[in-house]
Design a protein around this ligand. Structure first.
Ligand code: I3S
Length: 128
C-alpha cells in the first residue's frame, strides 16, 4: 500500500531548485534579493530550504534540515509576472496574509510544471 494509504500523511507533490525572492511581507514591499532555493510542495504548503548545493555535506541531512520558511497555499494567488523582473520565466505567488514571492527558472518546461502544480493545489483548496 502507498505511504499515504491512511490519508493522513501529506502527499509530496514536487521538489526542486528554483530562484526565489520575497518582494512583500504583509503587504509591505521588500527589496528584492534573489537566491537559489530548494522548494518542496507538500500537502497545502510550499516549503523553502537553503540551496542544498550551498551547504556542506555534513550540514545536509535530508529529513533533518530545517526549512527557511513555508507558505500556506490556501487562498493564495498565482500569476505570471515577467513584467516584475528582467529575468525570464517568473511567476508571483501571493498569500492571503499579503506575503509575495517571485519564483524563477531558466528552464521553460520546469517553471511551467511548477506553475501548474501549485495552481492545482490552490484550486483543490478553493474547492474544499
Ligand atoms: O526590480 P528591481 O529593483 O530592478 O530588481 C533588481 C534589484 O533588486 C537588484 O538588486 P540591487 O537593487 O540591490 O542591485 C537585483 O540584483 C536584481 O536581480 C533585481 O532585478 P531582476 O530583474 O533580476 O528581478
Amino acid at each position: 500500500s502507498s505511504p499515504d494509504s491512511d490519508g493522513c500523511t501529506p502527499e509530496l507533490e514536487k521538489a526542486g531548485l528554483l530562484n526565489k525572492t520575497k518582494i512583500a511581507e504583509g503587504g509591505r514591499k521588500l527589496r528584492k534579493n534573489w537566491s537559489p532555493s530548494w522548494v518542496v510542495l507538500v500537502g497545502n504548503s510550499l516549503v523553502f530550504f537553503k540551496d542544498p548545493k550551498s551547504q556542506t555535506p555534513s550540514s545536509w541531512k535530508p529529513g533533518n534540515s530545517r526549512p527557511e520558511s513555508s507558505v500556506d497555499l490556501r487562498g493564495a494567488q498565482l500569476h505570471w509576472a515577467n513584467e516584475l523582473s528582467s529575468k525570464k520565466n517568473v511567476f508571483k505567488l501571493r498569500t492571503v496574509t499579503g506575503n509575495e514571492f517571485l519564483l524563477q527558472s531558466e528552464t521553460d518546461s520546469l517553471i511551467k510544471e511548477w506553475y501548474s502544480t501549485i495552481q492545482s493545489v490552490i484550486d483543490r483548496l478553493d474547492r474544499e
